[in-house]
Design a protein around this ligand. Structure first.
Ligand SMILES: [Zn+2]
Length: 409
């Protein structure tokens, strides 16, 4: 595979060329099969002057887009450091080159990859000084957009509405995927903007909103078991090591707490009005009809200890999966919701509640912080996060930890 960037002012354009033996069928780190739709994409930084990024930052940004399709050899257009080449070799078994030049030194600041969903809002609320980097999907000139209901414009406006230091980066890289649908080729491609601006913004780390379900309980979609070596988000996983090699370690400030607790932080914060987990809603609010709205309403109702407010009934397609027996993606939050929402038997989660038999007591571990999640935060930022976790949630005891560590076994 050959990966080359060209630049036109604030816009970076990536071209991917497959070698013999490489095809359009690829596999993402989380096991998802994907199909390549086209060979180019662009990443547009905000208008203004931008310096030349360190070659390792450009290479890793390209790699977050191209990794699912690479086999054997990867040739970048600029030399990469031995540190990055080593991380790519150890993580993926590829020979990356040409190799030359020094690795990048980490900067001082921690940026937040900010989507506007409750998890990333929680991180922003916990780290009030940190700059935000928001990824905005824009159409691809060569790929038809059948996903016009995705209101990335609304999400970008909400991000700007935080009043924080926000860098909005616009990109069509999600349209590199034909199947299963447009999306990040690897989830880490959301960090393209943080990578390309890391030098000028003096970044020494990037924080993401992944919570205990995504980081430690398997992420939901394909695996529902304890994953200490999670290749996506653990500090010593393939991606964690690659980002550390370019001086931008991945930091998960809320990796030890559940989605219910990140929602509580977000909704109690001054960013409450900017929280938006629905990708379809317009300027007036979330759509209230999609699967994400239904799932998040369960969690919010549980956090607020009130009945659900939803028009969605059990016979709707978006509620179909909850009419089946477990396991469910994000099952720990379904348990939490079923245990805490009054009148759950009148909601689309009635069947799930009967299967799960969750109680307030059996879900109490989901209100505390899992200590190893804090231990893997680099020390520089752990000092800030650890006291917050101790004060607001407290740490899990041995019995709680066993629940995490035996999840799905
Ligand atoms: Zn919605």
């Amino acid at each position: 595979m050959r990966l080359a960037w060209t630049r036109d002012g604030a816009e970076w354009r990536l071209r991917l060329r497959l070698d013999a033996g490489e095809g359009v069928a690829g596999v993402v780190t989380d096991g998802q099969a994907v199909e390549l739709a086209t060979d180019t994409c662009h990443v547009r930084l905000p208008e203004g002057e931008h310096g030349e990024p360190h070659p390792d930052l450009l290479a890793l940004a390209a790699w977050t887009v191209a990794a699912p399709w690479a086999r054997g050899r990867v040739v970048f257009d600029r030399p990469v450091s031995a540190a990055l080449a080593g991380a790519l070799h150890d993580g993926w078994g590829v020979d990356a080159g040409p190799v030359g030049g020094a690795a990048r030194e980490a900067g001082e600041r921690l940026a937040i990859s900010y989507s506007g969903g409750a998890d990333s809002v929680a991180v922003a609320a916990l780290l009030p000084e940190a700059p935000l980097v928001h990824f905005q999907r824009v159409p691809h000139p060569r790929v038809p957009n059948r996903w016009t209901h995705y209101r990335s414009d609304v999400l970008a406006k909400l991000a700007r509405g935080t009043g924080r230091e926000v860098t909005v980066v616009r990109s069509d890289l999600e349209f590199m995927l034909r199947k299963p649908r447009p999306g990040y080729p690897e989830h880490h491609a959301v960090l393209a903007g943080a990578l390309l601006t890391a030098g000028e913004a003096d970044l020494g780390g990037v924080a993401l909103g992944y919570e205990i379900g995504s980081r430690w309980l398997g992420g939901g979609r394909y695996v529902h078991r304890y994953t200490p070596d999670n290749p996506m988000w653990s500090a010593h996983g393939r991606w964690g090591r690659a980002f550390a090699a370019v001086g931008l370690p991945l930091v998960l400030p809320v990796g030890g707490i559940s989605e219910a607790m990140t929602m509580r932080i977000a909704l109690e914060s001054e960013l409450r009005d900017q929280v938006r987990w629905c990708l379809r809603g317009d300027g007036s609010g979330p759509c209230g009809r999609c699967g994400k709205c239904l799932y998040k309403e369960l969690i919010q109702a549980a956090v607020e200890r009130r009945p659900m407010r939803t028009e969605i009934t059990a016979d709707r397609p978006v509620a179909r999966k909850w009419q089946q027996p477990p396991p469910y993606g994000g099952q720990e939050m379904i348990e939490y919701g079923c245990a805490h929402v009054p009148d759950i038997e009148t909601t689309p989660f009635a069947t799930a509640a009967r299967h799960l038999k969750a109680t307030v007591e059996s879900t109490r571990w989901l209100e505390r912080c899992y200590p190893p999640a804090v231990e893997e935060i680099p020390e520089k930022w752990r000092k800030e996060i650890e006291p917050i976790m101790a004060d607001r949630f407290g740490f899990m005891d041995a019995a709680d930890r066993l629940r995490v560590e035996s999840w799905g076994l």
